[in-house]
Design a protein around this ligand. Sequence first.
Ligand code: TXA
Ligand code: MG
Length: 337
Amino acid sequence: MNTLKIKYTCRADLVPAAEIIKNGGLVAFPTETVYGLGASALDGKAAEKIYRAKGRPSDNPLIVHLAFPWEAQRYCLTNRLFYRLAEAFMPGPLTVIMPKRKCIPDSVTGGLDTVGIRIPSHPAAHDLIDLCGVPVAAPSANISGRPSPTAFEHVLNDLDGRVDAVIDGGESLYGVESTIVKLTDGEDTVRLLRPGAITVEMLGLVCPDVTVDPAVTGKYDGVPLAPGMKYRHYAPSQPLTLLDGEDEKVYGFLRGRECGVICFDEDLPFVPSAAAVSCGSRDDPLRQAHRLFSCLRFFDGRDDVKEIYARMPSREGVGLAVFNRLAKASGFNVIKV
Ligand code: TXA
Ligand code: MG
């Protein structure tokens, strides 16, 4: 298939892409978190095409993207807490899981009776969804198992020739996927299923009771609430190991090793490897999040790099999302030095 490439400068650029989605096709588009691979969320057949293009297991549900929070009640059963979260954080990098209505096909939700709703803030994402006039189901626009795409080039590397169109909207602002919360029975309880740029602390300002699902910080064990949490994710081309320890111990471990290294700005003078890349300053988790997936793709095609080591990040604030992605990228493979 010949993939149409569209440079986003204004809403009018997106009209052909909206037509493709309305007609059951696939369009990769930028969002403020990562690039998404969109299809009509009301068209079960179109959603199935997403799974095929990505090589994604069919039990892993898709997030449904809307232009405005008030549209949510057409597709799911909203409650007061949803509107409080919407007022605080939408449009933005938050996905809220609620019981679905019948109009959302089973192929979109992987057979679950709930649906994840997100209202992206990136102007290209907003305009595209609004022009489509239908909700847009979209997972991250990567081949299943690979790091999520945060740039147009990442999407082309994974999906050129497999989708109808890709929209170039520059680098993603946050660089990690949306925070996912599930609204549980009570009106005042949310459960964090995936950490992102909306932090536990921020959620706590709106909801008194925020619990963090154990799958966020530990290896999947049992039936996860978000099916995606059980799959190996974000894997770079070479095996990745997380190094947990003080500076001197980490530098000592890496000395003389020929490997790829993902570290912080402050480490670069002390890490001799020619294949070292920094994801940002040690105390800047927003920057780390922004760069993380680029760093995980940095070693693609490098035959001289057989293994990659990454420094353990802090879990404070957005750092929890950086830790979660690195832990999953490594398959929870951590060495204490
Ligand atoms: O930032 C994002 O959320 C990006 C952009 C494109 O919006 N999308 C994204 O989608 O990260 P994806 O498919 O890569 O990750 C969606 C995650 C998966 O782990 C999936 O299992 C979970 O959300 N999920 C979706 N619907 C769910 C539901 N009804 N119940 C539980 N988990 C759900
Ligand atoms: Mg994904």
